[in-house]
Design a binder for this molecule. Structure first.
Ligand code: NAD
Length: 515
């Protein structure tokens, strides 16, 4: 492999010779099918990874459960202290790990490093949480009785993650899961195995150095079969799944059929609405970042733009200028703002979507082509596109489907109510953003007749959430919540405990059952 790729790998203690072990459950191994990690920027093969065989997966699950039975008895603040040490180890490798995210996933360096920072941030949050996962004392109707609501550790948490956030999504889950006293088993995307190996090396070194079983944070690389096996295994109490609506639907049904718990973080189809009183000098760059950032491969990417008729021409002119100023480049270079799509298949999806838009009469204002010549031809580079469909037909797949590529569809409205109706007309419900200075619009937007998404922003774009609030979406985005807010409450099992310290044994509701 290239010198720069091998330098990034060696900075994280990963060898670039031969096949790598893709399973960790206290020790490293791997004898299953081999998967290949490919660089989306250059097309070079970065590594070959031996994934988990069926037997290894079963054993990893057993070790993870054993680790849980030990870890659940460690007091929560002591667990928090381990998370704090993981935080320190991650922060020390922030730049190296961020560069690996860029190398393997393709997002630009500042975003790759930002993703590691997000893991660091959620560790800080979880350290605090480890002293604040409070239950409740509830008033009992019976004399000399108390009722406690106690949060106990839940068990084994399987994290199935998507390619586009190969580090942060696992971080959100691991940090809370550990604070809650669980053991976690991670199945990352089969196209970002190196990120998962690098993260697990950092996490496991802290666990092992502190006498904690490594299988508190197990890793099983693999594809669909490995994911399905975890989803169907009754020993997994919680499946936290991040990915497409199509796979999420199957995962949700499978886990529900065995009465397991899920957190589903699925596709988004996010809109920005621009009112006549919006500050365009803020709104234009925000829409640009939302639509072009991560080459349109965030679940929160801006995919629909609804412009008030009065500002539409000016907004579109300014937005096109911004699009034209953004050139593709090597995502590892500091100045690059547009990296590649993650896979060749994503380029096909992009081209197919552009063709379809043209066929049904959309005007493509800017973009729409793949870069096929050197130096970009070997990678998966495409031009971010702005399309103006003939009308906003809310039943048309143009508007209802998430295309995971940088394509922004524009509609023109006259009244805010109309724009909110369009915003809410899609199956997905992840993020949305309103640009206005009028408090009356704001009140409507965040209230009962407003946006129906999980993330409802005002003068802030659709993407780029902080970890403090619970993150997630409604409707076909899956209703899951991760990260901050009350998300931790899903990682514990709640025990309602009635304690009787009287010399009687009265029944509730005054029921009399004396013979
Ligand atoms: P994907 O659904 O193809 O894959 C997600 C994970 O599921 C991978 O680990 C994959 O190997 C695994 N998998 C595939 N088939 C499976 C099966 N039958 N059973 C169990 N696991 C299976 O998604 P992707 O292409 O990696 O990611 C892009 C999608 O993820 C987009 O739709 C994006 O919006 C979504 N996403 C959502 C969020 C969120 O927080 N809402 C965050 C990031 C990405």
């Amino acid at each position: 492999i290239s010198t720069r790729a091998s330098n990034i790998l060696s900075s994280l203690g990963i060898s670039s010779d031969g096949e790598l072990n893709g399973v960790y459950d206290g020790h490293w191994h791997g004898s299953g099918e081999v998967i290949v990690s490919t660089c989306p920027t250059t097309g070079e093969e970065l590594a070959r990874i031996r994934t988990a065989s069926k037997t290894e997966l079963r054993e990893a699950l057993e070790r993870t459960r054993e680790a849980y039975t030990i870890f659940r008895n460690v007091p929560a603040p002591k667990r928090g202290e381990i998370v704090r040490r993981i935080r320190e180890a991650l922060a020390a490798k922030r730049e190296d790990l961020g560069a690996l995210v860029t190398l393997e996933m393709g997002k630009i360096l500042t975003e790759g490093v930002g993703e590691v920072q997000e893991f660091v941030d959620i560790c800080d949050y979880a350290v605090g949480l480890s002293r604040m996962m409070n239950g409740r004392v509830v008033a009992s109707e019976r004399p000399e009785h108390s009722i406690l609501e106690v949060p106990n550790p839940l068990g084994v948490v399987a994290v199935l993650s998507a390619f586009n956030f190969p580090v942060a999504v696992y971080g959100w889950n691991l940090a809370l899961s550990m604070a809650a006293g669980n053991a976690t088993i991670w199945k990352p995307s089969p196209t970002t195995p190196l990120c998962s190996i690098a993260v697990t090396k950092i996490v496991s070194s802290v666990l092992e150095a502190n006498g904690v079983p490594g299988a508190v944070a197990s890793l099983v690389t693999g594809g669909k079969d490995t994911g399905e096996a975890l989803v169907n295994d009754p020993s997994v109490e919680l499946v936290s799944f991040t990915g497409s609506e199509r796979v999420g639907r199957a995962v949700g049904q499978a886990v529900m059929s065995r009465f397991g718990k899920t957190i589903l973080e699925l596709g988004g189809n996010n809109a920005s609405i621009i009112m006549p009183d919006a500050d365009l000098s803020l709104a234009v760059p925000a829409v640009g970042f939302g639509a072009i950032g991560t080459a349109g491969q965030r679940c929160t990417s801006t995919r629909r733009l609804y412009l008030h008729r009065s500002i539409a021409p000016e907004f579109l002119e300014r937005l096109q200028k911004l699009y034209q100023s953004i050139k593709p480049g090597d995502p590892l270079e500091q100045k690059t703002l547009l990296g590649p799509l993650h896979t060749r298949a994503a380029c096909e999806t992009y081209s197919g979507a552009i063709e379809h838009l043209k066929k049904v009469g959309s005007e493509i204002l800017v973009g729409g082509k793949r870069f096929s010549d050197a130096p970009f031809g070997a990678g998966n580079f495409v031009e971010p596109a702005i399309s103006v469909p003939k009308s906003v037909d809310v039943s048309d797949s143009i508007w209802t489907t998430e295309v995971f590529a940088p394509i922004l569809n524009v509609g023109i409205f006259d009244e805010l109510d109309q724009a909110i109706e369009w915003n809410n007309s899609v199956p997905q419900g992840l993020s949305s953003s309103l640009w206005t200075r009028d408090i009356r619009n704001v009140g409507k937007w965040i209230g009962p007749s407003g946006s129906d998404t999980g993330i409802v922003n005002v003068n802030v774009g659709t993407s780029g959430a902080e970890i403090g609030a619970a993150f997630g979406g409604n409707k076909s985005t899956g209703w899951g919540r991760e990260s901050g807010g009350d998300a931790w409450k899903q990682y514990v099992r709640w025990s309602a405990c009635t304690l009787n310290f009287s010399n009687q044994a009265p029944l509730a509701q005054g029921v009399n059952f004396s013979a």
